[in-house]
Design a binder for this molecule. Structure first.
Ligand SMILES: CC(C)(COP(=O)(O)OP(=O)(O)OC[C@H]1O[C@@H](n2cnc3c(N)ncnc32)[C@H](O)[C@@H]1OP(=O)(O)O)[C@@H](O)C(=O)NCCC(=O)NCCS
Length: 170
C-alpha cells in the first residue's frame, strides 16, 4: 500500500537521505533534463534547501512511501515570495507510478495545507522543456504568471512561473 507521509524538510541530509537519493536516481530522467547530469547531493540540496533567507519552519516535504521505499516527494515552502504566499518546489515521482493520479493527489495535499493556513496564492516554476508537467499543473488550475528567460550562465532553461489563487472563489 502506498501511503502519504510527511518528511523532515532536511530529509536529504538525515536518516532518510539514502532513500531520498534512491528515489531521485530511479527518477533520474528529471535531473538529467533539468541539470544535464545524474542527481547527486548538490542536486538534492538545490531542490530541498530552499532560499537561504527562508526559516526552517517554512519548509515542508511530503512523500509517497511503500514499505521502506519512497516513490515520490513534494517539497514546498511558505512565505515566499511574500508572507502568506506558497511555492511548490519539485514534485517528483518514480517513473513506475507516474500517470496513475498520485501526482495530482500529492499536489492537492499541498494546496490543502496552504489553504488551511489561509495562504493567498501558490506558485510553481516549470521548465519550458517539460510541456507534460506544464499541462499537469494547468489542469489543476495554475495559470501563467510570467516567463523567465534562460540564463546562459545558469542551466539555460526557460522557466514558466505558474500561479494559483487560493481564495474561496478559485
Ligand atoms: C509531473 C508528475 C509529478 C505528474 O504526476 P503523475 O502522478 O504522473 O500525474 P497524474 O497521473 O496525476 O496526472 C497525469 C498527467 O500528468 C502529466 N505528466 C507529466 N509527466 C508525466 C509522465 N512522465 N508520465 C505520465 N504523466 C505525466 C500528464 O499531463 C498526464 O496527463 P495526460 O495523461 O493527459 O498526459 C510526474 O509525472 C513526474 O514525477 N514527472 C517527472 C518530474 C516532473 O516533471 N515534475 C514536475 C516538475 S514542475
Amino acid at each position: 500500500m502506498i501511503k502519504t507521509i510527511s518528511l523532515d524538510p532536511d530529509c536529504h541530509l538525515n536518516a532518510d537521505a539514502n532513500r531520498v537519493m534512491d528515489l531521485f536516481r530511479r527518477a533520474g530522467d528529471y535531473a538529467r533534463l533539468e541539470s544535464g547530469r545524474d542527481p547527486d547531493l548538490d542536486y538534492l540540496r538545490e531542490n530541498f534547501d530552499g532560499p537561504p533567507s527562508l526559516a526552517r519552519e517554512d519548509r515542508f516535504t511530503l512523500a509517497l512511501e511503500e514499505g521502506d521505499t519512497l516513490l515520490g516527494t513534494a517539497g514546498y515552502i511558505r512565505n515566499f515570495y511574500e508572507p502568506g504566499e506558497w511555492y511548490m518546489g519539485l514534485l517528483l515521482l518514480d517513473p513506475a507510478i507516474r500517470g496513475q493520479g498520485y501526482g495530482t493527489k500529492l499536489a492537492q495535499r499541498v494546496i490543502d495545507h496552504a489553504r488551511r493556513e489561509g495562504g493567498s496564492r501558490i506558485r510553481i516554476a516549470v521548465l519550458d522543456a517539460n510541456p507534460n508537467a506544464r499541462r499537469f499543473w494547468e489542469r489543476q488550475g495554475y495559470v501563467l504568471e510570467r516567463t523567465v528567460p534562460g540564463d546562459p550562465e545558469g542551466d539555460g532553461h526557460i522557466r514558466h512561473v505558474l500561479k494559483q489563487e487560493l481564495g474561496r472563489a478559485s
